[in-house]
Write a protein that binds this ligand. Sequence first.
Ligand SMILES: Cc1cc2nc3c(=O)[nH]c(=O)nc-3n(C[C@H](O)[C@H](O)[C@H](O)COP(=O)(O)OP(=O)(O)OC[C@H]3O[C@@H](n4cnc5c(N)ncnc54)[C@H](O)[C@@H]3O)c2cc1C
Length: 326
Amino acid sequence: MKDVVIIGAGPAGLACAIEAGLRKLDYAVVEKGCLTNSINNFPVDMTFFSTPDLLEIGNAPFASLNFRPSRRETLNYYRTVSERHDLNVNCYEEVVDIKRKDNAFTISVKRLNVLEKSYYAKNIIISTGYFDIPKKLNIKGEESPKVSHYYTEGHQYYKMDVAVLGANNSSVEAALDLYRHGANTTLVHRGNDLGKKVKYWIAPELEKRINDGSINAFFNSELAEIRPNSIVINNNDSGAVEIKNDFLFALVGYMPDTNLLEKCGIRFNPDSLEPEFSEESYESNIKGAYLAGSIIGGRQTGKIFIETGRFHGKKIIEHILKERKQ
Ligand SMILES: Cc1cc2nc3c(=O)[nH]c(=O)nc-3n(C[C@H](O)[C@H](O)[C@H](O)COP(=O)(O)OP(=O)(O)OC[C@H]3O[C@@H](n4cnc5c(N)ncnc54)[C@H](O)[C@@H]3O)c2cc1C
């Protein structure tokens, strides 16, 4: 029986694991993909907006040659920290069920998609983030294989007609990257200008590309339908227009998976998806079940990020130790 099982090896889960190890708790981290799976799935050449010091966990210095670290450097940093702390991380093990009985948890895991084993623990920490469920568009054609909710890199779209939905950082960066890789790029956004949170160093470049016609942009516009070789865009002023389209990136956001919360009885607001928890200990309404990292923000995915979620582990592990003494 473990003292604690940590579900999810993102920055928040790893910070919990470091703290558990330092305080001599018997723990395991269970991760459905690779180490820092969400970051691994970010665009290949992306750069973080945070400076390296703000992404550090376990007081391990993050030395980067850049003012803002790249995805590759950040993956390398979390891998090195995990190695140095000899973290007990079990990759490609997806938690599919959690049951609580007699003050203990049974955590059922599928390893590489095969239902293989269970962990038993006195406490659990759910740190599964929000990157697994893309927001739906609810329009005709959405299930087409040409639609993707994750952008990786641009080379394969050379000379193709590609549309990007949204005008947040992810959409703007994807549109610029597609343009740089020779795609005929269109940005579609329901607002009348770029999102206010778009990084100040990339917004001017997009504006320039739109103004000189290198990137087509439809503002005040909704995507109405996805067809095999085209998309239909509804502009608030000029009405419907159909344009050629081979691929579509619907980068309109993500939301946390509440499945595991439901399985172990953790209450959450059905609209905002924010779980119930104590601000002091991060314990949920279920004794021994804790929450760490960005899952806490529910649909507000910008509420908790690496810079803030990395501190949850210390409070959680302190609370687990305090409860053990009583
Ligand atoms: C493009 C982009 C750029 C960003 N830049 C920054 C930045 O510069 N600075 C910053 O602070 N934040 C940034 N963020 C936000 C940041 O990445 C997230 O807030 C952060 O990853 C949340 O950490 P986490 O550990 O809570 O969740 P995650 O990193 O999402 O980790 C959750 C982990 O849980 C795993 N998991 C999920 N379900 C299960 C299951 N059932 N069983 C087992 N494992 C499971 C996932 O595979 C994943 O590895 C950015 C986000 C994006 C999308």
